[in-house]
Design a protein around this ligand. Structure first.
Ligand code: ZN
Ligand code: ZN
Length: 158
């Protein structure tokens, strides 16, 4: 019991010190928070990201699922999964996108664009072989995914 209490205290301290950022959908019906530090940040150029977002590239931040919490409007959150790899969440009121859960990878991709105060620091481009918008920012450009996510890990020119 003493051990359990100590563990609980430590995790409470971590929560208190961890920064929380608030995100919301286009209309504001859905609010959510992300807490702590993401596991990775960057840009994805894949066709799925482009057709889902209706944009040329998706700025992603990857979090442990428990770091992402819907704080308002949970009833308005819709889910679409074309495949079991990605459960895409959006607001049923305005259609605005929120985040995508990737159960196989054990991460949730929160779109940097919907968390305005979050300090987005991209480190990598993924699926750059499919790009429709070349970006000359000096960051590594991976052909597909990093090796640890099941990809080739091969870097290609900007
Ligand atoms: Zn909305
Ligand atoms: Zn993508």
């Amino acid at each position: 019991m003493t051990t359990a209490t100590a563990t609980e205290t430590r995790s409470t301290e971590r929560t208190l010190h961890a920064k929380t950022y608030e995100g919301s959908c286009f209309c504001g019906a859905v609010h959510f928070t992300v807490t702590g530090e993401p596991a990775a940040m960057g840009y994805c150029h894949c066709e799925s990201c482009r057709t889902w977002s209706a944009g040329p590239v998706n700025a992603f931040t990857l979090w442990k699922p428990e770091a992402v919490r819907v704080t308002r409007g949970a009833d308005s959150v819709g889910t679409y999964n074309k495949t079991s790899r990605s459960y895409r969440k959006w607001c049923k009121q305005c259609g605005g996108h929120l985040f995508t859960e990737h159960p196989g990878w054990g991460v949730t991709d929160v779109y940097a664009a919907v968390v305005p105060d979050f300090p987005f620091r991209p480190g990598v481009h993924v699926n750059y072989q499919e790009t429709k918008l070349r970006m000359h920012d000096g960051l590594p450009k991976l052909k597909d995914y990093p090796k640890e996510m099941g990809g080739s890990g091969i870097a290609i020119p900007e």
